[in-house]
Design a protein around this ligand. Structure first.
Ligand SMILES: Cc1cc2nc3c(=O)[nH]c(=O)nc-3n(C[C@H](O)[C@H](O)[C@H](O)COP(=O)(O)O)c2cc1C
Ligand code: SF4
Ligand code: SF4
Length: 461
């Protein structure tokens, strides 16, 4: 069985799964219960400056019958007294020496305030400190959270203050509310941070109530931007994680990265590991389903590692980073076409409509007697009755015309019904980068581009 244990910048935990700093890690009682359930660690809900929280603080985005595809929050940091949090952190750490107890902190941007909170956290016996440079709402108006994370100079200065007092590892948690997440990562490295984590929440408004016209959720008629998290943000988090992995300075620094943002399943977890995360933090999925999901996360990850022959988490970390590239390096001669499994097809026409209305008009509808037909508007026989399927027209891709955009594949409601099949390239392999170097005019001038297409038999429709 795979060994799931990790050593993250010196912080050890029996598995890579930590509660993210958020409501599930708000108190000693909760973290005790999470550890009983099997969580490898917890990043305590951010402690620091005095705050008052409000009601209606979580909005959610539900879609297509699925609840809480994303959560949006205007919660501040912990509103429980600092001394209570510090006492409970110490109690939890004493009771669970083998688990990772990391404490998230945020105070006003003053050297003394930061040094003081760092020393208070260290006195609890905690394993590490996470600097919350990400909270995009409420705290940022007071010069904290993303107000720090968005300005590289502040990020470097405050990390430096924390480092000057810290004797335990310091993790800098990056905000995604920035164009290039690599920039604040460099600031953290310059200041001597021991590790990075990402992503904190993304600025968002989840909706408007069409009856009252108020922003959702409404706080006495008012609403505003909050932090977005959950399954919907996973692609953004993965991209930011990969961009750190592709950066020379980050890689040379050797700093481990704690990845989070939309992890709900063991498959998500494996993807974060493959793109360079060493520990994994989870918030929204725990808020949705409770602490018990840790069993599925650990079992699923462990089974997958066994199947693939990975003995340790280190064997997995970063294994897909060498697959991340840029458009200019992609092979322009690569070709895939859509192929439909007629046995699996339920003849719903969605692929036809998508291709015909919005992409390249290369799917035909073919009647049972082999004639190309126009789509019907409504077929009474199709009302869920299987016998009608045999008499309806079926979609057929004209492969020579298919540009392989993959839209039909994405809209088809039947799993594995449409396959994108790699076919032999029609011309020699080349990349945009190579064309720019060998025939620069082609990339700068439309007439030269037309000639290039003619020479290479590239027909665009
Ligand atoms: C309700 C809520 C409260 C949060 N509070 C904090 C916090 O106090 N400190 C912090 O660093 N991040 C906070 N976060 C962000 C999470 O730690 C995490 O970065 C984010 O939710 C992405 O992970 P997820 O997609 O698994 O939820 C909060 C998130 C939510 C949803
Ligand atoms: S891959 Fe794109 S172009 Fe090809 S059939 Fe599907 S929708 Fe049409
Ligand atoms: S979308 Fe899928 S199921 Fe529907 S007609 Fe096209 S191939 Fe068949």
């Amino acid at each position: 069985m795979a060994d799931l244990s990790i050593n993250f910048a010196g912080i050890k935990s029996p598995n890579p799964f930590w509660l993210a700093s958020a409501p599930p890690s708000n108190s000693g009682m909760q973290v005790h219960r999470a550890f009983e359930a099997g969580w490898g660690g917890a990043v305590w809900k951010t402690i620091g400056a005095p705050v008052l929280n409000i009601s209606n603080r979580y909005g959610a985005w539900h879609y297509g019958g699925q609840r809480m595809l994303a959560i949006n929050n205007i919660e501040l940091i912990s509103d429980r007294p600092l001394d209570v949090n510090l006492r409970e952190i110490a109690e939890v750490k004493r009771a669970w020496p083998d688990r990772a107890v990391v404490v998230s902190a945020m105070v006003e941007p003053k050297a003394e305030a930061w040094k003081k909170i760092v020393m208070q956290i260290q006195d609890t016996g905690a394993d590490g400190i996470e600097l919350n440079f990400g909270c995009p709402h409420g705290m940022s108006e007071r010069g904290m959270g993303s107000a720090v994370g968005q300005v590289p100079e502040y990020c470097e200065q405050i990390t430096g203050w924390a480092m000057s007092a810290a004797t335990i590892p310091v993790i800098v948690k990056l905000t995604p509310n920035i164009t290039n997440v690599v920039v604040p990562a460099h600031s953290a490295i310059n200041a001597g941070a021991n590790a990075l984590s990402l992503i904190n929440t993304i600025n968002s408004i989840v909706g408007v109530d069409l009856d009252t016209l108020a922003i959702t959720p409404s706080i006495g008629g008012k609403g505003g931007h909050g932090g977005y998290a959950g399954p919907a943000v996973k692609p953004i988090a993965l991209n930011m994680l990969a961009s750190l992995g592709a950066d020379e300075k980050v890689m040379n620094s050797g700093l481990p990265i704690s990845g989070m943002g939309g992890i709900s399943t063991w498959q998500d977890a494996a993807e974060f590991l493959l793109l360079g995360a060493t520990s994994l933090q989870v918030c929204t999925a725990v808020m949705h389903y409770g602490f018990r999901i840790i069993e599925d996360l650990c079992n699923g990850l462990s089974n997958w590692m066994d199947e693939k022959g990975y003995a340790t988490i280190d064997d997995v970390v970063g294994k897909s980073l060498n697959r991340v590239s840029e458009f200019k390096h992609f092979d322009l001669a690569f070709k895939a076409v859509a192929r439909i499994d007629q046995e699996a097809c339920i003849k719903c026409n969605l692929c036809y409509v998508a291709c015909n209305d919005t992409t390249h008009q290369c799917i035909d509808l073919v009647s049972p007697v082999g004639e190309i037909v126009q789509p019907y508007s409504y077929d009474v026989r199709s009302n869920g009755k299987h016998e009608a399927v045999g008499t309806r027209a079926h979609p057929v891709v004209r492969e020579a015309d298919c540009v392989g955009c993959r839209l039909c594949y994405n809209v088809c409601p039947v799993d594995n019904c449409i396959e994108m099949v790699e076919v032999a390239p029609e011309r020699a392999s080349t990349t945009w980068d190579e064309i720019s170097r060998n025939e620069p005019a082609v990339t700068e001038d439309w007439d030269a581009m037309a000639k290039y297409r003619e020479t290479h038999g590239i027909h665009i429709h």
